[in-house]
Ligand binder design. Structure first.
Ligand code: KE4
Length: 434
């Protein structure tokens, strides 16, 4: 059954709001930026999810990126079930953790050693601590609109001038933390050069999403990532690629292989964790061995390298390596994006669609959208209407404009044509997007 009444989701949301902050366990799930009632999901299979009222949706949010295999891929479920039956956590080393680390290292030649964590936030937090220890410097450069998890010193908004230190972007973040962070415009080589000229000997690291996904999809322009590699080398800072989204998204590799740039540290999560609470941080032996118990940088976790999550991650990565679904993912994504563009021009809707590999974002704006300032110019109200109209057609996009849509191996040609027909109906009948 496609989308219909949502009585059960409404009841569950009311009940949830009494015990869970905002009724959710992560803010973006609350539909705040698109309005309406969040759907409570009851199950997922392949490219579909079903909500508590039995409505079925083609899912392009895919748990914010991890589910490149689609929901509940049998091989992955079997691996997790088998592992769980042998014990769900030991807090003692297991062989499978080594196997997973060796497999990730095959895909990321720039990684000599890893540490598994439970979330992307933990991986990023550890990367910053490592960079500061390795360089004995405090400042971090990030890019406006990028999100690297909720570690204090990255919850920062850009300073007033291009190269002024940041100010807190969340309550509870001490000004002192924010003032060690510079938030610069993505794709802007000049401002990064100026920041290094001004603060070069204080900058411990630059952290970047090699293809941005958290301001909506924004692709790196030619020379941008290369300039970060050159500047960090010149000033003795580290380059951190946050590949939590992009790791294994475009190939059995990272975006670093696609762009031919080797960062000093790489953060992984989402796909790398098979959709389980597993993330990772990797880099050269020299830097990684600064981590306890080898070195002075403390980091730890009760459930880090958890056997169930590790088994799911291993099953996921082995399937990706064996099946090499990436050409098909790219083609199918292109089919969708071309179809959207055709429909929007037919309905005279001004929209800019940024895509890379099997991720994309529809912005209701002229474009080009090359950084956070240009992304913020899009009409988020139109996106909210578009989102809900698609929801009513049984198509689930991310419930927030500044996020990415993802495709999985499980999305069929039928899913794609159904989605394009839904967009045609939504664009034409509503025409509220002009
Ligand atoms: P987690 O702590 O959520 O596992 O990872 C943080 C993180 C780090 N780096 C990048 C590039 C990320 O995109 C993320 C988390 N992504 C968001 C959505 N884009 C997760 C969704 C949520 O917060 O609920």
């Amino acid at each position: 059954m496609d989308s219909g009444q949502i009585r059960r989701s409404k009841t569950l949301f009311k009940r949830a709001q009494k015990v869970l902050v905002g009724g959710v366990n992560s803010p973006v799930r609350a539909f705040k930026s698109v309005g309406g009632t969040p759907r409570f999901v009851s199950r997922g299979r392949g490219s579909k999810i079903w909500d508590a009222d039995g409505n079925r949706y083609i899912d392009y949010c895919l748990s914010w990126g991890p589910l490149i295999l689609g929901h509940a891929r049998p091989e992955m479920i079997r691996a997790a079930q088998k592992a769980a039956a042998l014990g769900t956590s030991f807090g003692i080393p297991t062989e499978k953790e080594i196997e997973l680390a060796e497999l990730i290292r095959q895909a990321f030649p720039g990684i000599q050693k890893l540490r598994l964590t439970n979330s992307g936030t933990e991986a990023v937090m550890t990367a910053l601590r490592l960079a500061r220890a390795a360089t004995r410097r405090d400042f971090i450069v990030k890019f406006s609109g990028a999100y690297h998890g909720h570690t204090d010193s990255l919850l920062v908004q850009a300073g007033s001038g291009l190269t002024t230190l940041g100010s807190p972007d969340s309550a509870g973040v001490p000004r002192a933390f924010a003032e060690t962070t510079l938030s610069l415009p993505y794709n802007n080589v000049l401002s990064t050069e100026k920041a290094f000229q001004k603060w070069g000997n204080k900058i411990a690291a630059v952290i970047v999403e090699p293809v941005a996904g958290n301001m909506g999809v924004v692709c790196p322009e030619k020379g941008f990532l290369e300039s970060l590699r050159k500047l960090t080398k010149k000033y003795g800072a580290l380059l951190i690629f946050d590949e939590v989204i992009t790791g294994f998204r475009f190939g059995f590799c990272g975006a670093q292989k696609i762009f031919g740039i080797t960062p000093d540290l790489t953060c992984l999560g989402k796909i790398a964790g098979g959709g389980f609470p597993l993330a990772a941080l990797g880099g050269s032996r020299e830097i990684m061995d600064l981590l306890a118990p080898e070195g002075p940088v403390y980091q730890g976790g009760t459930l880090s390298g958890n056997p169930v999550a590790v088994s799911a991650a291993l099953a996921t990565l082995k399937l990706l390596k064996k099946e090499n679904p990436y050409p098909a993912l790219r083609q199918n994504t292109q089919k969708l994006v071309d179809g959207f563009k055709e429909e929007f021009s037919r309905s005279r809707i001004s929209a800019c669609i940024n895509s890379f590999g099997s991720m994309w974002t529809i912005f209701f704006a002229e474009g080009p959208i090359r950084d956070y300032d240009s992304a913020k110019k899009c009409d988020t109200q139109k996106y909210a209407r578009f989102f809900h109209s698609l929801l009513n057609e049984g198509v689930y996009f991310p419930p927030a404009q500044f996020e990415a849509c993802f495709l999985s191996l499980a999305h069929t040609k039928e899913d794609i044509s159904r989605t394009l027909r839904a967009v045609a109906r939504v664009a034409w009948t509503n025409c509220k997007y002009n």
